[in-house]
Design a protein around this ligand. Structure first.
Ligand code: BG6
Length: 517
């Protein structure tokens, strides 16, 4: 594929490309949505950018009786719809598709793992390459333990002279602290921690990684990144989509498990962590874990006063009428699942003592926007009269994670004229303008490549997952107790419930408008 290759931003770091050894990527749950929407399109983009090694295979494993050809056809549909580089010529697709294979097998059918094992071994032998394997669990989570146990029993998990073995585990990793700990124990019986890659696709987003670059590759931010200068921090993950066809999963998970346990806590740890000693897996993850440990699980009183939960009612999103959550297919009409939450939380350490972190996320909101904003304290003394009605606005550093990726700094400037009237202005860095529209790989591209290269820095470690659940469990339990705040409703296509505004108003603050800053 080299001759046709599209230029990749990852080429800027040639060692990344060189670090990828020949490998078979084995996808458990290959007939599911994730494989066609995310995994194979990401691998196709990597192939187009010449980032995959000459010897690579993608082997789908699932129950449906598909042939290699069926699998290739379905994947082609997915690649055409979702890849950054949809194939423009038949030959380009065929070059890639020749590496796609399918092995039929139920996750509980032990003998099919032996078939898979043989297939992978023979494939590697035929191509004269090492039998390196990256197993990817894209199956329903209730099968994770069983798949892992079968891989162990079939002796498919240990690194050997034939090649290395790694496993990528999709979220959700457990359902609460107990199940996550059990799952960690089960995986550790079969795989060493260094072989395990627990994925959170937020960590694969360019702008999420850029939080680290902004903080630790610049000298001007770190000195003010603390309680002396920061008034509060806001993290918003707003989605305009609903739950799609995922009622079965979502009604059990709700927004707290779906977004807070993983994506929001990941963002928070990157914003709040101390500088790691190196950009290396354990150094980074140690610092992230320290942040989680510094956050206190919420007390009953805090559940009552620092959390807001809500569910969307019918409304209009992007000009389209959409049903309320309880009218979605397969959701019980009296479901109490929260599709929106807002929380106020503290990180109890020297850097952040007393600085509230306001976190919010919801489905079916006015727009899709993820943003972290650092709100600085106001100047201690105002030289200039309040010449207009507007209060003196505080400086805000906004990290726009998506969709309009960039960073904006708001500050006060003098209005041209004789007096000293001021207005807030914004200094804006846009990824698209600075680096060009094609420069951002999809999160899965980066993470798949890192797993192939054996770099777990952007994956969650076992203790990190468990600390996150330790924080999330009390919220869930609290919401089922007498301390639960009322389940509010918000109209689809709006910015969430009244209670979320009140959460900040009580502290004399307000949510940042995400639409236009
Ligand atoms: C997933 C959640 O982890 O993240 C989904 O399960 C959510 O419910 C998605 O829609 C959001 O990801 P992104 O990349 O679109 O922000």
């Amino acid at each position: 594929m080299g001759a046709e290759a599209v230029e990749s931003p990852l080429w800027a770091e040639p060692h990344i490309r060189q670090g990828v050894e020949p490998v078979s990527i084995v996808i458990f749950g290959a007939t599911g949505d994730l494989t066609a929407r995310k995994l194979v399109p990401a691998l196709f983009s990597l192939a187009q950018e010449d980032m995959l090694p000459p010897g690579f295979g993608i082997v789908g494993f699932a129950r449906r009786p598909w042939s290699h050809e069926d699998f290739r056809q379905k994947m082609r549909d997915g690649v055409e719809a979702f890849s950054r580089h949809p194939p423009d010529e038949q030959s380009v697709w065929e070059g890639f598709a020749a590496n796609l294979f399918y092995v039929r097998g139920g996750f509980t059918e032990g003998e099919r793992y032996a078939v898979l094992d043989r297939f992978l071994r023979e494939q590697a032998e035929a191509e004269g390459r090492p039998d390196n394997r990256l197993y990817y669990l894209a199956a329903p989570p209730q099968f994770y333990a069983e798949i892992i146990a079968h891989l162990g029993r079939a002796r498919m998990a240990r690194d050997s002279e034939a090649g290395w073995r790694r496993i990528v585990i999709e979220k959700p990793f457990g359902y609460d602290l107990k199940t996550a700990t059990e799952l960690n124990e089960i995986v550790h019986l079969v795989f060493g921690e260094e072989q395990i890659y627990r994925i959170d696709h937020y960590l694969g987003k360019e702008t999420v990684q850029n939080i680290l670059v902004l903080r630790f590759a610049n000298a001007i931010f770190e000195p003010i990144w603390n309680r002396r200068y920061v008034d509060h921090v806001q993290i918003s993950v707003a989605e305009s989509v609903g739950i799609g066809g995922r009622a079965g999963y979502y009604d059990q998970a709700g927004v707290i498990r779906d977004i807070f346990q993983n994506h929001i806590l990941q963002l928070l740890t990157l914003v709040a962590m101390e500088p790691p000693v190196a950009f290396e897996a354990d150094a980074v993850r140690d610092e992230k874990v320290k942040v989680l440990r510094a956050m206190r699980p919420m007390s009953h009183h805090e559940i009552e006063t620092h959390t807001v939960r809500a569910q969307y009612a019918a409304g209009v999103v992007n000009g389209e009428h959409v049903p309320g959550y309880c009218e979605e297919p397969n959701v019980a009409p009296d479901s109490q699942t929260a599709t929106y939450a807002a929380l106020k939380w503290y990180v109890d350490n020297w850097r952040w003592h007393g600085v509230p972190f306001y976190l919010r996320s919801g489905k079916r909101m006015a727009t899709r926007a993820t943003e972290v904003s650092i709100h600085f304290k106001r100047p201690p003394h105002l030289l200039f009269d309040a010449m207009d009605d507007e209060e003196l606005r505080a400086n805000v550093l906004a990290l726009r994670i998506q969709p309009d990726e960039g960073i904006a700094l708001r500050f006060e400037a003098k209005l041209p004229g004789q007096g000293m009237a001021r207005r807030s202005v914004t200094m804006d860095f846009s990824y698209r303008e600075s680096f060009g529209a094609t420069s951002s790989p999809d999160a899965y591209e980066r993470l798949l490549l890192d797993a192939m290269r054996g770099d777990p820095t952007l994956f969650a470690r076992s203790d990190e997952i468990e600390w996150a659940w330790r924080l999330i469990d009390p919220i869930f339990e609290g919401w089922q107790s007498e301390y639960a705040p009322p389940l509010e409703t918000y109209e689809a296509g709006t910015w969430g419930p009244r209670g979320a505004d009140e959460l900040l108003e009580r502290d004399g603050r307000r949510w940042r408008r995400l639409l236009d800053g």
